[in-house]
Design a protein around this ligand. Structure first.
Ligand SMILES: C[S@@+](CC[C@H](N)C(=O)[O-])C[C@H]1O[C@@H](n2cnc3c(N)ncnc32)[C@H](O)[C@@H]1O
Length: 266
């Protein structure tokens, strides 16, 4: 499946910031408690973006780990490298296109993570196979992605504002089914864990910031919504109107993120 998608540093940073300000829970704490990393683990984060997971692994292990982050976006990697330099944490950030053979030796890592990225792979079995190849025997894979119930309010408001059918999301439509069974076919022990995080908005601006960062023109997934030159702003205005009406009625907007985490052992 060819997915026309490109994350920008700004959109990703806005969403990370909104999750931390308006979410009731912290996804990194959930992930870290679940995966129980061990000191001196060799770790690879695939689709690491600006390094969010790499830095949380580093902090949890007080720096006692060899951590590599790989991503296809040099801009995002540069953000990660700048943070690494600021902290003097000595991590490695490398270009890694998960649609191609990873430039890494087999049986290298104790732990591989891939958070909110696997569903952009053109050929998911190929990418998971590459992750499996570079995992040590007995090592683990942890991957996260949205579940079908994820951020229902966001899609309800969008549908009410535009009258358009919501496109099939490449992540939530396949994460707990197709991806889970692909991982199960390769790894010995595989479990699905669920994380629910309500984001509560008491004013419209942060909700619209989140909407813009999710639907900006870089995210070609939304192509059918924005065919004309001015369509993006028109759609944003229609969404703001519906969201404000709901906010006036309910006093708040509660959008619940429902995330799946697949933990597998090689
Ligand atoms: C939603 S972001 C998640 C980033 C990070 N894991 C986080 O949670 O903050 C998706 C990431 O997948 C990366 N990505 C997309 N296609 C990729 C590819 N072909 N190979 C490697 N990374 C890719 C993007 O550049 C982006 O950093």
């Amino acid at each position: 499946m060819k997915i026309d998608f490109q994350e920008t540093t700004k959109d990703l940073a806005v969403r990370i910031d909104i999750h931390s300000k308006f979410g009731a829970k912290n996804i990194d704490t959930w992930m870290l408690d679940l995966v129980n990393l061990q000191p001196n683990d060799t770790i690879l984060d695939v689709g690491c973006g600006s390094g969010k997971q790499c830095f949380s692994f580093y902090d949890r292990l007080n720096g006692k780990a060899a951590i590599t982050g790989g991503d296809v976006s040099n801009d995002l990697l540069n953000e990660a490298r700048a943070e690494d330099k600021r902290r003097n944490s000595g991590m490695t950030f490398m270009i890694l296109d998960f649609n191609k053979e990873f430039p890494l030796e087999r049986d290298t890592f104790d732990f591989i993570s891939c958070c909110f990225a696997i569903y952009y792979a053109e050929n998911v079995p190929f990418t998971i196979n590459e992750m499996h190849r570079v995992t040590k025997k007995g090592g683990r894979l942890f991957t996260t992605g949205p579940m079908p119930q994820n951020k229902q309010l966001f899609y309800d408001i969008l549908h009410e504002a535009t009258g358009k059918q919501i496109p099939l999301m490449p992540g939530s439509s396949r994460f707990s089914t197709e991806f889970f069974s692909t991982i199960k076919s390769l790894y010995s022990k595989v479990d699905l864990h669920i994380f629910e995080n309500p984001l509560t908005f008491e004013s419209i601006d942060p909700y619209m910031d989140y909407t813009r960062a999710s639907m900006s023109e870089d995210r070609k997934l939304w192509g059918s919504f924005f065919q004309g030159k001015d369509d993006f702003e028109k759609v944003m205005q229609a969404i703001a109107k519906v969201a404000q009406r709901r906010l006036d009625k309910e006093g708040k907007l509660v959008m619940t993120k429902v995330v799946g985490g697949i933990l597998a052992t090689k």
